[in-house]
Write a protein that binds this ligand. Structure first.
Ligand SMILES: *Cc1c(COP(=O)(O)O)cnc(C)c1O
Length: 465
């Protein structure tokens, strides 16, 4: 049975897309983010997601959210690939550190970070949606490292799709760069932009809206505002909660754009055994200040060791606010336009109360992060990446304040961030064979200046190729 699930936008767009429309669009035409017009009823979800293999759970979840019309073959491939990326030796990679503390290792996929799970699921679904429409698609994305690598390995070689990845030249770690540039499939173009990550993001925004680019065919992005990205992260919350053996464990999520944490919110919303959600941020603490002080304020992102969380305006926060406002799109729209215009907005008291009932957040300093990399090694024999360390600092502070059982998401393998780990431990982390094998291999990327014209020419040439 194929269920139709309509999607609406957080800013009032009601042109109702189906699942395929939502993932191909990325962002709603009015700038809002897609959410299902109604959340599946919790009981139905629990029934659909009753224990089975991880792959079966993914299939059930995809059908529950209306992906069934893309056809069984596409769903099977999507579920198989995300399951392969998640499981370690066929099992849920949950590691118990102490009686009431676990790490969920989300780094056993092809690029050793949690973004693999959603990207591996998205590629076959996107290809199927394009086949149904007989369309081609150009995907353009900016990356500070992990997103680009996961996108190249997921969408590389995918029919009907050309992918362009912009990374800041000499500002991603060599490990991350090689994951994008070694053996890059022909449909992938890697551009190293002479500038910083913000330049890359600005270029993507400009190109997505550019008349010449749009005239050449459909164009979209694969960033974490995409509904499909979020959905790909829901099943591991359900699997981890089950594997822990405790009822409703809290989850501590190292957070940047709030995509991963919002997936946890969805898991709970549909009846999963998920307790409180805590977003652990680094020194870029806009989200923590919004939830703790009630003022959502844009600041300039400061580079930190947990670079994938250096985010100053977490895009998925809008989905949480939309829900906290009782799905009032007009108020959501007003709030985020004020934020864009003024650089800050005070959260209304009712919204703040509702937000705090759903999620809490705390900020972790660079010194605490480095100290935790040492503590994790000494106390539990674990070599953790800086993002995971941020989560562990928050979890231990919560435990001191009386929190119960907690699962911390380990979002990347330590070997992706060798400098920070070596600085803390004195020795570099040991790289998995697949990462080590990338060293000293030829890389394919073009270096270009941050001017729109030059980048646009290369992007259009890649689309035509
Ligand atoms: C992207 C990323 C994060 C942040 O995830 P969000 O969904 O943006 O909150 C955390 N850790 C690592 C290693 C990442 O790559």
């Amino acid at each position: 049975m194929t269920q139709t699930v309509p999607y609406i936008g957080t800013r009032g767009f009601a042109g109702e897309r189906d699942f395929a429309g939502a993932i191909l669009d990325g962002l709603a035409p009015d700038g809002g983010l897609y959410v299902p017009a109604q959340w599946p009823e919790a009981g139905a979800a629990t029934a659909a997601l009753s224990p089975g293999s991880y792959k079966d759970q993914v299939l059930a979840l995809l059908r529950l959210f209306g992906a069934g019309r893309l056809g069984d073959a596409a769903l099977e491939t999507a579920a198989e690939r995300t399951s392969q990326a998640f499981l370690k030796d066929g099992r849920t990679p949950l590691v118990q550190l102490e009686d009431d503390l676990w790490l969920l290792e989300l780094f056993h996929g092809p690029t050793h970070a949690f973004k693999d799970m959603a990207m591996q699921m998205m590629a076959p679904l996107t290809a199927a949606a394009l086949a149904q429409r007989d369309e081609d698609l150009l995907l353009i994305t900016a990356t500070s490292g992990d997103t680009g690598a996961a996108a190249v390995r997921a969408f590389g070689g995918t029919e009907r799709i050309k992918l362009v990845v912009l990374h800041p030249h000499n500002r991603v770690s060599p490990v991350q760069r090689r994951q994008m540039t070694v053996d890059a499939p022909a449909n992938v173009l890697n551009l190293a932009i002479e500038g910083d990550f913000d330049d890359c993001q600005r270029l993507v925004k400009t190109l997505l809206a550019d008349d010449h680019v749009r005239a050449a065919g459909a164009v979209s992005s694969v960033n974490s505002i995409n509904w499909g990205r979020l959905l790909g992260q829901v099943p591991y919350y359900l699997a981890a909660a089950r594997a822990s053996g405790v009822a409703n464990p809290d989850f501590v999520v190292p957070t940047g754009n709030f995509g991963d944490a919002f997936a946890g919110w969805i898991a709970r919303k549909i009846g999963g055994s998920v307790g409180h959600l805590h977003a652990a941020v680094n020194q870029n603490d806009a989200l923590a200040r919004a939830l703790n002080d009630g003022v959502y304020q844009r600041t300039t992102a400061r580079p930190s060791a947990s670079i994938s969380m250096d985010v100053q305006a977490p895009s998925n926060f809008e989905r949480l606010v939309f829900e906290a406002l009782g799905r009032d799109a007009a108020r959501t729209e007003a709030l985020f336009s004020t934020f864009v215009r003024e650089g800050e907005v005070t959260l209304p008291a009712d919204a703040l109360k509702a937000l705090r009932a759903e999620v809490s957040a705390s900020s972790v300093s660079e010194a605490q992060t480095a100290a935790m990399i040492q503590t994790a090694h000494r106390r539990w024999g674990q070599v953790v990446c800086p993002h995971t360390a941020v989560g562990l600092v928050a979890a231990l502070a919560r435990r001191d304040a009386g929190a119960g059982p907690q699962i911390v998401l380990a979002t990347a393998h330590a070997a992706k961030f060798p400098d920070a780990v070596e600085a803390a431990l004195g020795t570099p982390p040991q790289a998995p064979a697949a990462l080590a094998a990338l060293e000293n291999r030829p890389e394919a990327f073009a270096i270009c200046g941050p001017q729109t014209d030059g980048v646009r020419d290369r992007v259009l040439a890649h689309r035509r190729a």
